[in-house]
Design a protein around this ligand. Structure first.
Ligand code: URP
Ligand code: ZN
Ligand code: ZN
Length: 463
């Protein structure tokens, strides 16, 4: 099966140029001018004249079907990946949820294969999750690598938070294995103290969710984990959903002091929404951790992207219905399941809010939403780039189209979008995975179970 995408503006982190792309049996065969003359026998020809052609988006922070104890995310691996596909994301790496206390790492890997294998419509991988640290877990990190799980997450807060000695042990082991350790950074004791203080004072409206998780509670944990990674010999450390200026300053300082192997992710919501949302009547929609911040933080994050201090934009897609699960937090933020949707909105928001508003270049968009995620998480150059030999995962964007983002356009199972009413400059015309059209004009065209599990490779170098 041959598919030819002709006359598009191909985008890589370094370059934007007009060319044709020929995909044969799912893989990019060649890129060049006038390929139609040479390969006129393609089974399908798509004219992308005047449009951008990007590598398929990669969202390395989602939580499909996650059980968070008080609720279960409403997107499973079918609805969530349909939403991703329609939004221009052709690969996810999902953060697996906690299993029973004391379970081995493979317990969750087995559970998640069961949740995803017959459902995912796009390619997918999993991040491991460390719930406790002992010799057996440390040994298992190696067998997880053999099973394609090159990364693992450590929470510094929540029920299964890991203390500093455990963090150090995991960092050392993962460095030895050429794996990536991802951290949810918040100072657990500060957050619990503030939650109690506000709760005891009857301050339980959604805004107190933000007040109980201040910038410094995040920045302290970021600083601590960076020190621990340095102690572990510059072990690779990946900060998930970094949300504020002070955390970014900690990262910049560590890098200035020569520390290597630091990778930083922020998410669409931290670039586009402020904590004012908690004061809206539907403020519970935005209860997530870390919380939304201030305009000053947003500005710092855009700048951080532009100058390369932040490597990746993901979503932390973790949807709960506003009409149902989120209502548990209406009178008390502490009872609200944490998380919000976003997998479908990420690519077009980065394009419209970032590229079209001159905050980042189109090349930077590709770098942070496609190429760097593939590089850090062991999928490059199969994913994240338009080059011969890479998978034929493409997104075609019409920069001239205008639309308004509404929940009606969305494809996931959740009952709202955090970005309702946002004016968008640009539209995703077509999404292709391994040469097959999986979304066109906002209509899903793929198939349940067509997504492939990705055996991700060890992290062997710099970006
Ligand atoms: O509020 C959030 N972010 N929920 C999902 C779990 C996590 O912390 O990443
Ligand atoms: Zn988190
Ligand atoms: Zn998360």
């Amino acid at each position: 099966m041959k598919t030819l995408v002709k006359n598009g503006m191909i985008v890589s982190p370094e370059d934007t140029y007009e060319a044709d792309v020929l995909i044969e049996d799912g893989v990019i065969e060649c890129i060049g001018k006038n390929l139609e003359a040479k390969f006129g026998d393609a089974d399908k020809v798509i004219d992308a004249k005047g449009k951008y052609v990007l590598p398929g988006g990669i969202d390395v922070h989602t939580h499909m079907d996650i059980d968070v104890g008080i609720a279960r995310a409403v997107d499973d691996f079918y609805t969530g990946t349909v939403a991703a596909a329609c939004g221009g994301t052709t690969t996810i790496v999902d953060h697996m949820g906690f299993g029973p206390a004391g379970c081995p790492l493979h317990h969750q890997l087995d559970v998640y294969h069961g949740l995803a294998d017959d459902k995912a419509v796009i390619d997918y991988g999993f991040h491991g999750v460390v719930q406790h640290v002992d010799e057996s877990i440390l040994n298992e990190l190696e067998t997880m690598m053999d099973d394609g799980v090159q990364s693992t997450k450590v929470y510094m807060t929540y029920g299964y938070k890991i203390d500093d000695d455990g963090i150090l042990e995991v960092l050392k082991k993962m460095k030895e294995l050429h794996g990536i350790t991802a951290f949810h950074c918040e100072n657990h004791y500060v957050v619990e103290h503030l939650k109690k203080e506000y709760g005891d004072a009857g301050k339980t409206a959604p805004i107190y969710h933000a007040k109980s998780r201040p910038n410094l509670a995040e920045a302290e944990a970021v600083r601590r984990v960076l020190y621990l990674a340095k102690l572990a010999g510059d072990a690779p450390v990946y900060i998930v959903h970094l949300s504020c200026k002070e955390s970014l300053e900690a990262v910049e300082e560590a890098r200035r002091n020569g520390q290597k192997n630091i990778f930083v992710e922020t998410c669409t919501q931290y670039l586009t929404l402020t904590e004012d949302r908690y004061k809206y009547p539907d403020g519970v929609k935005y209860i997530m951790s870390p919380p939304l911040r201030t305009q000053q933080d947003l500005d710092a994050l855009w700048k951080g992207l532009e100058v390369g201090e932040i490597q990746i934009v993901a979503t932390d897609h973790c949807p709960f219905n506003y009409a149902k699960e989120k209502q548990d937090g209406k009178d008390d933020f502490r009872k609200c399941p944490n998380g919000a949707p976003g997998v479908e909105e990420r690519m077009i928001l980065l394009f419209s809010e970032g590229v079209m508003k001159n905050k980042i270049s189109i090349n930077k968009l590709v770098e942070v939403a496609c190429t760097n995620p593939a590089k850090v998480y062991g999928m490059y150059p199969k994913k994240g780039i338009i080059e011969p030999g890479a998978d034929g995962d493409l997104v075609i964007i019409d920069a001239d189209a205008k639309q308004t983002l509404t929940h009606k356009m969305m494809h996931g199972a959740v009952d709202y979008t955090s970005y309702e009413g946002t004016d968008l400059h640009g539209k995703i015309d077509l999404v292709m995975q391994r040469g097959n059209i999986i979304a066109e004009n906002n209509e899903f065209k793929g198939n349940r179970g067509d997504g492939k599990y990705l055996y991700r490779k060890p992290f062997l170098g710099d970006l």
